[in-house]
Write a protein that binds this ligand. Sequence first.
Ligand SMILES: *[C@@H]1O[C@H](CO)[C@@H](O)[C@H](O)[C@H]1NC(C)=O
Ligand SMILES: *[C@@H]1O[C@H](CO)[C@@H](O)[C@H](O)[C@H]1NC(C)=O
Ligand SMILES: *[C@@H]1O[C@H](CO)[C@@H](O)[C@H](O)[C@H]1NC(C)=O
Ligand SMILES: CC(=O)N[C@H]1CO[C@H](CO)[C@@H](O)[C@@H]1O
Length: 698
Amino acid sequence: MNPYLLGIFAPIVMSILFRNAKNGKKRGLPVEVDGEPGYAIRNYRFLKPVESAWEGITTLAELFEQSCKLYPSKHLLGTRELIAREVEVSEDGRSFEKFHLGNYEWLSYGEAFEAVCGFSSGLVQLGHGKEERVAIFADTRAEWLIALQGCFRRNITVVTIYSSLGEEALAYSLNETEVSTVICGRKELKKLIDINGQLDSVKRVIYIDDDGISSEVSLAERNTNWKVTSFAEVEKVGRENPSDSDMPVSADIAVIMYTSGSTGLPKGVMMNHRNVLAVVSAVMTIVPGLGSKDVYLAYLPLAHILELAAENVVVAVGGSIGYGSPLTLTDTSNKIKRGTKGDASQLGPTVMTAVPAILDRVRDGVRKKVDAKGGLAKRLFDFAFGRRLSAMNGSWFGAWGLEKILWNFLVFRKVRAILGGRVRFLLSGGAPLSGDTQRFINICLGAPIGQGYGLTETCAGGTFSEYDDMSVGRVGAPLPCSFIKLIDWAEGGYLTTDSPMPRGEILVGGPNVTVGYFKNEEKTKEVYKVDERGMRWFYTGDIGRFHSDGCLEIIDRKKDIVKLQHGEYVSLGKVEAALSECPYVDNIMMHADPFHSYCVAIVVASQHALEDWAEKNGITFTDFSELCKKKETLKEVLGSLMKVGKKVRLEKFEIPAKIKLLPNAWTPESGLVTAALKLKREAIRKEFSEDLSKLYTS
Ligand SMILES: *[C@@H]1O[C@H](CO)[C@@H](O)[C@H](O)[C@H]1NC(C)=O
Ligand SMILES: *[C@@H]1O[C@H](CO)[C@@H](O)[C@H](O)[C@H]1NC(C)=O
Ligand SMILES: *[C@@H]1O[C@H](CO)[C@@H](O)[C@H](O)[C@H]1NC(C)=O
Ligand SMILES: CC(=O)N[C@H]1CO[C@H](CO)[C@@H](O)[C@@H]1O
């Protein structure tokens, strides 16, 4: 047969066969207990939850040592050489710090193992006691992983803290865990010095050598009674005075991970080696063909379980980890000197993790660039994109086979180059990814995205949507290390007997479920429970439903459901999602309580939509915040919300009766939304408490 014809027809035939197979594929199957199905749902490939993918390996320390012995001369940890730090001044006179970064310099597995053993022995020399805890409070970098593994070899529990955590939360978590040694970088050292009066238990600080850190070091030496040592020094002393390792067992606590609670102070989630190893084993089975050829770009916070698990997965298979940062990721990133290379194009990663906010940014960046080019380039892009989209939608007339190759070469190759051109798998987690962005990345990068749903409390275990599942909006079937079960939540109107799909609160069980909250028995008992069959479950507070193929979809959040005065329930999240379709809404937070019969909302106005409306209707104003206060503006926005609400069939009591319009967007810096741009309800309620009560009284 003519090879060209084969090139066109084979993919079409394959796609038909595949599509049928995919549609019928059950990815989650019922767990049968005592012959009774429907107890919980498991991954279709594994009868029992996976605990360790490697025989005889029960801790992360053993897993690391195994890889170092298997791949001694392979690259493990890569860090970019800093060529220069420069200050660029923009046209409007503001100055920006820019980096000129060079090649990756690598430590092999063998060298990394020596560094880990050195650091581990160095801790002993420094006087760090056997049962004391270490905190790592630093950006993602090679030293972070070395320190982590160094601690594991001594059976030391590591406390992790987000580097963006506020002062109060920082002092609280270090104090609660009685940390005696803190490992930090330059800006973190500065924060520690600021609150040193509140840190009763800290005795030693190990700083990672950073350009210009010496001023903070001398400040610490003058103003605190900490013993301040550099990372390199600890490692050197350890190499000169090696001590035997003191390996943990699988039930020993590996990490206490502090997560910001939506209310009040952070909570420390205790994870043992068994928990993390189960998740590492599970993730390994779901990334297709992961092996020692893979190169991983690490830039998300290691204080987040997703990144910690991902890096340990790469170590487990003998891959390489190149370090970067969100601000130097691409050639056009904020801190990259113009004309030099970003981390991705320098490294050429094959596997990456991402949070939705970053992928949204990539998408918007590409769209903007294409729009700016305009003309033929834009038309070509839109055409190619449409052709690939209809192929993805399952149409035979879309761009398959040779046409796909053609568009990839002509159009999407340039987009792929943004992330180095070699990415073959993307792992997304932390928040739900919009279907639109998922499709965009699928098409432009030509790389599948696996999406995870999990929480710190479940050690990132939960569900995972597989790369060949082309549906959007669902979070997939249980991970091989997890069981998932739904239970009735009658108050909210969600029942496991609902048709066509069972609905209810999502529970996660399996070896992945963590030990509980540190020093917080009460809260632990509230959300971790053992059922009548002896299985331990974490109560997520999320509401989901199971599709017939065993995949989960998150549909609501328990905490966000409020009962009104007359007993009607309002799901704040659902209403917000529906009303955000209103053109005047940039962001919206619904508010309801049991003391009133109607809802109110805080709305961040979309500036250009409102200004367009004002112009068309001859409404004059001097600045946008004035426009937001005008009676007629409020009336217009309320009317529009009503219209959208009716269209999507919201109940009357679900549509806000009164609103407050805000002129300024909510950003993570303002503390009102998370880094993934999720609403922080408590913070917003606090900030606008006066406005909210006015809405109910006026
Ligand atoms: C590891 O450390 C913990 C807490 O310090 C201790 O309870 C446990 O027995 C240690 N494990 C081993 C194997 O020594
Ligand atoms: C730290 O903990 C001690 C008791 O363990 C307490 O007295 C002190 O107030 C705490 N400090 C902070 C800043 O929380
Ligand atoms: C693809 O399918 C989605 C819904 O499943 C639809 O909204 C969209 O218009 C379709 N796109 C094309 C190009 O067929
Ligand atoms: C600590 C914990 O949650 N252990 C559970 C892990 O999962 C197994 C089942 O595979 C349970 O028996 C344990 O209780």
